[in-house]
Design a protein around this ligand. Sequence first.
Ligand SMILES: *Cc1c(COP(=O)(O)O)cnc(C)c1O
Length: 369
Amino acid sequence: MRYPLACPDITESEIDAVVSVLKTPHLSLGPKLPEFEQKFAAYCGARHAIAVSSGTTGLHLIVRSIGIGPGDEVITTPFSFVASANAVLYEQGRPVFVDIDRNTWNIDESRIASAITTRTKAVLAVDVFGMPADYDRIRGVAEPRGLRVIEDSCEALGSRCRGRMAGMLAEAGVFGFYPNKQLTTGEGGMIVTDDDHLARLCKSMRNQGRDTDGGWLAHPRMGYNYRLSDINCALGIAQLDRIEQLLAVRRRTAGWYREELGDDRRVRFQAIRDGVDMSWFVLVVCLTDEYTVDDRDRILTGLRDRGIGCSNYFAAIHLQPYMMELFGLKRGDFPVCESVADRTVALPFQKNLARGDVATICHEFRQLL
Ligand SMILES: *Cc1c(COP(=O)(O)O)cnc(C)c1O
């Protein structure tokens, strides 16, 4: 590929940080773990940050900690990475999908109330592509009914909503550090919360159910090995040290794409709500309704033939084979989500792109439209 879709931003400082951990005896549960957690908590303005092995395992721990169990319903979005719905399945809960807003591509807050039943326990919203969902509205519906609210902020590190950091807009948030995310540790994740009880449970369960003041073989509760090694934590610290730089490159590149494509009537960008300061995860445009899914797929193939990395982003969760089978879901159930999912095109979005590269990519893209 002439222009890969994504590429991690790694410098000598990350390489040195990882190598220096390898020269110590503390490859896991060493000093880099609390250092990463403390720095991350400070960045997000959280009382607690708990490092975990992935965004997915972080979501699982939150779902389990708030007591989601067999048959419990969790309202969530079908337009997300599958992990947000799977976290509910891991505890035998039922993800109840609510269609999305056609402009923000986040869960349509106005439809949440009508999806609530006597079995509903929580709302798990997703900050799609970095754009925080409207938690004021979600909490307004959820809290009077005693529902818990969870934020999947895996794609939104560094986004702010009226000055508050993404991840801190609900009871607990979670970030993912896979190589295409704003910050990477190779694999990894981080739970953030102000809730002491939730934090204690998550911390214990990521480490085999141990308590911090107990012994190595004392397990007051069932847990998992969802730890993040000191090697990964050192990489995360080095990335966090230059997070403003990492985010600025993304912001600048997104600005170039908006200059190139912002006035083109054949595509639309995700609407950014008032008060949101956006941290860009991917560069996704949505073709207008005149285009079919076949048109979109033809465009993706054409881009790849020209050496331009691209993808559809996301595929609707409710149309994944196992989801259809488990819950009897089908095409037509969430028409707004399907309409967006059928028309998205993610374009190359990484630090190696210069202004001229974005112009070239957009020129080729327009020719295929
Ligand atoms: C990346 C991502 C996750 C999961 O993160 P992993 O670290 O890959 O497990 C969860 N939800 C969303 C919306 C994501 O984009």
